[in-house]
Design a protein around this ligand. Sequence first.
Ligand code: SF4
Ligand code: SF4
Length: 183
Amino acid sequence: MQSLTSRAKAVDRKPMTMWEKMYIPAIAKGMSITFGHMFKKKPTVNYPEKTRPFSPVFRGLHVLNRDEEGRERCTACGLCAVACPAEAITMEGAERLPGEENVYREEKYAAKYEINMLRCIFCGLCEEACPKDAIYLSETFAPSNYTRKGFIYGKEELLIPDPVTDPQGFAKARGEHQPTTAK
Ligand code: SF4
Ligand code: SF4
């Protein structure tokens, strides 16, 4: 049969020798590879007990940020949603009411804020677009889930702990990440 390319190779079908039929060289070769690996440093880690150090530019799960007084920074301007190439962000804005100045930093806030983690490609453009340092990508993974709905993160999952009432939780969620666009 004519070959379509010039890469075809004829298969060597010469009969096996007696030594090859005993498979001893092949077994010895395979075992030597196995034993060789037993004494090598393991490339795996016992996750989650141990974790690998992340790159300084690692982009993980999103966090909705608060200011130093614990007020939500997001003003529901929608710039993150516009910047998102995956159309993963949806939100609903609301007007801040008198007496809510200690809860929301701006006059308008996100009453509902959702990110679909199945759409997200963790590009970080939402963080770049935000003028209020209200969203950033942290150093943690989005955990696995059994349902699609479980990957749609709302404010309950995204909001960082209050630095006034839970400073330890805030510091842990914040990690090494330093704000670059705080305004
Ligand atoms: S990281 Fe990128 S894809 Fe994910 S929500 Fe932000 S802008 Fe969209
Ligand atoms: S996270 Fe930032 S960019 Fe997105 S709506 Fe809130 S303030 Fe605007």
